[in-house]
Design a protein around this ligand. Structure first.
Ligand code: AMP
Ligand code: ZN
Length: 111
């Protein structure tokens, strides 16, 4: 399968890895939208977070736990976790991922 994020997990495409677990990889977003912008992805391919959560709810939980752990480890006390699902919502890479954004204030509602 020709998937950018699978290639990052496999090391075929370089990324600024923040943390790795048996089930997930976290790396800096190449186009950061905040001073901290980290993507946390399952090492296994799923098209989006909803498909991941349906197929393997425990793994979906591990992704969210990893994001919270990373936020704590880097000293973020306010942050946003964001999941875009579907092109209309801004999803551009169809391998499940959670955005962890921090280091600035965020508006609500989101754009
Ligand atoms: P989304 O638009 O929610 O699908 O998020 C995909 C994210 O992947 C975007 O924020 C992109 O900036 C990011 N991205 C795309 N290519 C790379 C890459 N090679 N390394 C790191 N992040 C990437
Ligand atoms: Zn993939």
């Amino acid at each position: 399968m020709d998937c950018l994020f699978c290639k990052i997990v496999d090391g075929q495409i370089p990324a600024a890895i923040v943390k790795r677990g048996d089930s997930y990889t976290a790396f800096n977003d190449i186009t950061p939208q905040a001073p901290t912008h980290i993507l946390i992805i399952p090492n296994q391919h799923f098209a989006n977070m909803a498909e991941l959560a349906t197929a393997n709810p425990g793994l979906a939980g591990e992704i969210f736990k990893a994001a919270g752990d990373i936020a704590r480890e880097i000293g973020l006390d306010s942050y946003r976790m964001n999941v875009n699902t579907g092109a209309g919502a801004g999803q551009s890479v169809f391998h499940a991922h959670l955005h962890l954004l921090g280091g600035r204030t965020f508006a609500w509602p989101p754009g």
